[in-house]
Design a protein around this ligand. Structure first.
Ligand code: FAD
Ligand code: NAG
Ligand code: NAG
Ligand code: NAG
Ligand code: NAG
Length: 421
């Protein structure tokens, strides 16, 4: 039981204009180098130098934190967008030969923009084209290209089976490359652990440009790229995952309580029930500042996924957590893919094809930080947290939005999101 507390601080981003160099000597040398390994036409079609008219739109396509969408953020000299594995090898070899730092980007959701921001001249290797997903129902596995999003993965599993799923994050636009190499947690983690617990093979381009599978890379490297952040070790091309079984009908609910509705008592109780209850049940808690009758207060929201039917869920919670007041009426029995959509805040009913949308264009200014909380936060601690949240939320009038999110099971997230300037 290791709850994790995520605290965030707003940052000010200054708007500075930088003039961009017009000539591309680096493009020339990179092109020459790439052309030694791959076809010259192929090489020029995957290079976006700074003066290329599409450079900034290609870069922006996967910027998911508006904090790094400023003109003061150092831009990559060149973006390479491989569509074949051999091109990744060529890019790694050539970036090394030219002495440029290579940043690898899959879905662009890195909290600090590490996949496309650097403080020295750099290239971005943008993996979005390498996003093939091949599901093999005979052995219940799938090869997933790193450029795929979690939403595309869930959609493809659903197309093949209504009784399989995969334990990974709840945000559908997160990229498989960064997510799985960093472990990946989500709303089935109590039953199935993290994503990397279900990775059975991988394809990686090492520092010498060689393409290695699990057998060729060896167990130590294979271990490292399942949680250790793969960018330190190479470029992952794809992961092979084992699917997990999910019931045809699962249950979700969402309960909101204000401070005046015993939110503090419920949070205290939630901290002991959520990490110890039936493994089929995951309950996330969101903590948010809200205004009621012109007064600021705190609202908690418990959002749950239960891998079972509503009858057994109601009987479980009426024993373990009667304060939450769960009845059959507020439970939704539905398919696993529908719960993916509901957790991603799509209005019910929404077609699963919505998970294929790569362009939500909803990037906020945000700063996120994680910390571990080893034991439940006592009442006094919660009360001072509420006070802080209300105090910060008061800045909404100055054009700042504060959002605090707390996430359950061994984990509490608190996100301070800086909104519109
Ligand atoms: C809105 C939002 C919601 C999130 N929700 C969850 C959640 O529910 N559960 C969870 O576990 N996490 C969640 N995260 C965190 C997310 O899983 C990580 O930030 C993850 O690293 C993002 O992967 P990416 O491919 O989208 O990011 P990127 O920014 O592309 O990459 C992240 C890091 O991985 C490296 N990397 C990317 N691709 C490769 C590759 N092919 N080979 C080697 N290195 C690579 C990058 O260089 C960078 O260091 C969330 C993040 C955001 C912004
Ligand atoms: C890079 O250089 C090649 C060769 O001069 C040119 O064809 C190509 O358009 C350049 N690409 C960019 C993105 O500048
Ligand atoms: C980045 O900035 C551009 C130009 O101001 C804007 O059009 C785009 O929506 C922004 N994208 C994000 C993710 O903030
Ligand atoms: C259950 O589904 C209905 C109809 O789709 C929806 O209006 C309601 O918000 C859902 N409830 C929950 C708890 O998700
Ligand atoms: C709050 O707790 C009290 C005492 O247990 C109870 O009587 C009341 O109904 C609760 N209120 C809500 C909104 O759950």
């Amino acid at each position: 039981m290791r709850p994790l507390l995520i605290l965030l601080v707003s940052l000010v981003v200054f708007n500075l204009r930088l003039s961009s160099a017009a000539s591309d000597p680096i493009n020339q040398s990179l092109l020459r180098c790439l052309s030694q390994t791959i076809h010259a036409g192929e090489a020029s079609s995957i290079i976006y130098s700074k003066s290329h008219p599409s450079h900034s739109s290609v870069l922006r396509a996967y910027i998911r934190n508006a904090r790094f969408n400023a003109s003061s953020t150092l831009k990559p000299l060149i973006i390479i967008t491989p569509s074949a594995e051999s091109q990744v090898s060529a890019a790694v070899t050539c970036a090394q030969r030219l002495g440029f730092r290579l940043k690898i980007r899959s879905g662009g959701h890195d909290f600090e923009g590490l996949s496309y921001v650097a403080d020295e001249p750099f290239f971005v290797l943008d993996m979005f084209n390498l996003r093939a997903i091949t599901v093999d129902m005979a052995d219940e596995t799938a090869w997933v290209g790193v450029g795929a999003t979690l939403g595309e993965l869930y959609y493809n599993i659903w197309k093949n089976s209504r009784v399989h799923g995969f334990p990974a994050g709840v945000c559908p636009t997160v990229g498989v490359g960064g997510h799985i190499s960093g472990a990946g947690y989500g709303n089935m983690m109590r039953k199935y652990g993290v994503s990397v617990d279900h990775v059975v093979d991988a394809k990686l381009v090492d520092v010498n440009g060689r393409i290695l599978d699990r057998k060729a890379m060896g167990e130590d490297l294979f271990w490292a790229i399942r949680g250790g952040g793969a960018a330190s070790f190479g470029v992952v091309l794809a992961y092979k995952i084992k699917l997990v079984p999910v019931p045809e009908k699962v249950t979700v609910f969402r309960v909101e309580r204000l401070l005046s509705e015993n939110a503090t008592d419920i949070t205290l109780k939630w901290q002991t029930v959520a990490p110890t209850t039936d493994d089929n049940l995951f309950m996330r808690m969101l903590i948010q500042p809200v205004t009621r009758n012109k007064k600021k207060t705190v609202r908690i929201t418990v959002i749950a996924l239960y891998l079972g039917d509503s009858d057994s869920l109601v009987s479980l919670l009426s024993k373990e957590f009667p304060e939450l007041g769960i009845s059959k009426q507020i439970c939704n029995e539905t398919s696993w893919i529908d719960t993916v959509l509901q957790w991603a805040n799509f209005h019910s009913p929404t077609q699963p094809t919505a998970l294929l949308d790569r362009n939500p264009n909803d990037a906020n200014f945000l700063k996120r930080k994680s910390d571990y909380v080893q034991k439940p936060i006592p009442r006094k601690g919660l009360e001072s947290l509420w006070k802080k949240i209300i105090e910060k939320a008061g800045r909404i009038n100055n054009g700042r939005i504060l959002r605090v999110q707390s996430m359950c099971i061994n984990i509490i997230h608190v996100y301070y999101t800086r909104g519109i300037f």
